[in-house]
Ligand binder design. Structure first.
Ligand code: NAD
Length: 543
């Protein structure tokens, strides 16, 4: 024991590489894409540090070219899930008691490995498996994931430093224990950074974790798991369990030692699990912490003083980057009549230039949506809009799943702010616009605030300062991440802590100290230096 206090340095955000022509990162990435396409892989379940192969397997394909197979993964069933609970429980005591600086080092090393020698491998897996262009892969699996690991380590240290007041003769202390059981992490397909963050944030705080990755992002999630193991994560601390959601729900969630649930995904799944937890509430050893970031119906609200060029650029990038499959994607916009002619013209001109196709063609801005189910769902909304008298598809609307799951960037204009595509999450490259009469600003703001059940992200565009103040105030509960004159996507760890409320989640702000505190279980200790020996109080004495 050296009895020293160590400091995790304040991190800086991982710089985004440009992938310019001839750059070493571009050359390496292209070579890695070719290598992964030519060498399908087999992905095991990982329980207690061991590779496990079950009886069931599933294929991993490229969404932009569904005949291309990237490999297969093994699916955990009830037996493997029960083994994982045992492994997590067995690893818990030693992990929780590992000195903090050693726990921290594992995650800091993982960040350096992923931004260093594994950068191309990770980016390529995310591009091929989740149909991301190089920039989208870079900001997700490289920069954001490294930021989560480094900033969270720093925030844990800052929490550990916080101590209560002490008085003369009394030393008060707070210990930050792990939770009294394991944490279940269920992760979405759309960001591998989130997939990596949900199990690592609780693990950093001394918890052991069961991680269920999404079936459509197993490849990149597995490489993250491998890096964590290479960085020194002990066996059983995080158990990697590709499996069916219902199996995880039935076996893991009602277990008495399930002490925390870290989720990102759709509102419906989070609500189901919350209900399941409620039904089992008498069986748990401790009240499980429930943290969920869920769906969104994110808005752009333009005031008549808005800068039209900035506004249209935000609509296009906010709605169509990564095919609109960001929880923060702009999917409804409110434009004043006086600006609409110019906005429409610019949208038509700029969207016509967007190229869509295979991720290996770096001239494409857009690629495919994640799978057949998602393609069918988006198409059903477009069919609905096409057949309705209350809306018109003015740009795009085409869908083609013959080679990959491609949906054109689409703009719908709705006659009512309550039209179906103005209120429901579609999770595709579709934005619906409501053009409002300039003198109906207050009514339209009311509709923007109340029309959907979500409150994740939102942006207002205005140059008039009084209008900015009015819009920001009127929409203060409509978004957990609020933007002024910027698109509602692209939150950066350490800069814009992310999350929303209402139907969008518990707003525990991923990548912040608030989130990490949910995975800690404080014990307050009062130590009295010279304990009192007299029972009577002074007031009891009579002269
Ligand atoms: P999803 O809800 O379909 O799946 C999320 C995870 O839950 C997957 O691992 C899935 O296999 C699992 N799952 C599905 N049914 C389950 C069940 N019955 N029991 C247990 N697990 C189950 O979401 P998705 O399609 O992966 O991601 C898109 C959704 O995620 C969108 O709604 C999006 O808005 C949301 N999202 C939110 C944020 C945020 O920060 N708020 C970030 C990313 C994505």
């Amino acid at each position: 024991m050296n009895n020293a206090y160590f400091h995790v340095k304040l991190p800086v955000n991982e710089p985004i590489k440009g992938y310019m022509s001839g750059s070493p990162e571009k050359v390496a990435l292209k070579a890695e894409l070719a290598r992964q396409l030519a060498s399908p892989v087999e992905i095991p379940i990982i329980i207690g540090g061991k590779e496990i192969r079950s009886e069931h397997k599933a294929k991993m394909i490229c969404p932009h070219d569904h005949q291309k197979v990237l490999g297969e993964y093994y699916i955990a069933g009830e037996k493997e899930l029960r083994m994982a609970i045992e492994a997590a429980e067995a690893a818990r005591e030693e992990w929780e008691n590992m000195p903090w600086e050693h726990r921290a080092t594992i995650f800091l090393k993982a960040a350096d490995l992923l931004t260093g020698k594994y950068r191309a491998k990770l980016s390529a897996s995310c591009m091929l498996g989740q149909s991301k262009n190089p920039f989208q892969a870079e900001i997700d699996i490289i920069c954001e994931l490294a930021d989560f690991l480094r900033f969270n380590t720093y925030y844990v240290q800052e929490i550990y430093k916080q101590q209560p007041l002490s008085t003369d003769g009394v030393w008060n202390r707070v210990e930050y224990r792990a939770l009294d059981g394991f944490v279940a992490a269920i992760t979405p397909f759309n960001f591998t950074s989130i997939a990596g963050n949900l199990p690592t944030a609780p693990a950093m705080c001394g918890n052991t974790v069961l991680w269920k990755p999404s079936s459509t992002s197993v490849l990149s999630s597995y490489y993250v798991m491998q890096i964590l193991m290479e960085a020194g994560l002990p066996a059983g601390v995080i158990n990697f369990l590709p499996c069916r959601g219902v199996d995880f729900g039935e076996v893991v969630m009602p277990h008495p030692k399930m002490a925390g649930f870290h989720f990102t995904g759709s509102t419906a799944v989070f609500n189901d699990i919350w209900q399941q937890v409620g039904q089992n509430i008498n069986n748990y050893v401790t009240y499980p912490r429930l943290v969920g970031e869920t769906g969104g119906k994110d808005f752009i609200f333009a005031h008549e003083s808005a800068d039209v060029e900035a506004l249209t650029c935000a609509i296009i990038l906010g709605a169509f980057e990564y095919q609109g499959q960001k929880c923060s994607a702009a999917s409804r916009a409110y434009i004043p009549e006086s600006l609409w002619g110019e906005v429409k013209e610019r949208l038509e001109k700029e969207i016509a230039k967007i190229k869509m196709g295979d991720v290996c063609d770096f001239t494409n801005l857009m690629n495919a949506v994640i799978d057949q189910k998602s393609f069918n769902n988006i198409k059903s909304y477009l069919d609905y809009a096409r057949e309705s008298n209350d809306a018109e598809i003015i740009i795009g609307g085409g869908c083609d799943d013959s080679v990959g799951y491609f949906v054109e960037p689409t703009v719908i204009v709705a006659k009512s702010p309550k039209f179906k595509t103005m209120v429901e999450e579609i999770f595709g490259p579709v934005i619906t616009i409501y053009v409002y009469p300039n003198d109906k600003l207050d009514e339209t703001l009311q509709s923007c605030d109340a029309a959907t059940s979500y409150a994740l992200t939102g942006a207002v565009f205005a140059q008039d300062r009084a209008a900015i103040i009015k819009l920001a105030k009127r929409l203060d509960h409509a978004a957990g991440n609020f933007y002024i004159n910027d698109k509602p996507t692209g939150a950066v760890v350490g800069q814009q802590p992310f999350g929303g409320s209402r139907g969008s989640g518990t707003n525990d702000k991923a990548g912040s100290a608030i989130n990490l505190q949910r995975w800690m279980n404080q014990r307050t200790i009062k130590e009295t230096l010279v304990p009192r020996t007299v029972v009577n109080y002074p007031y009891m004495g009579e002269e």
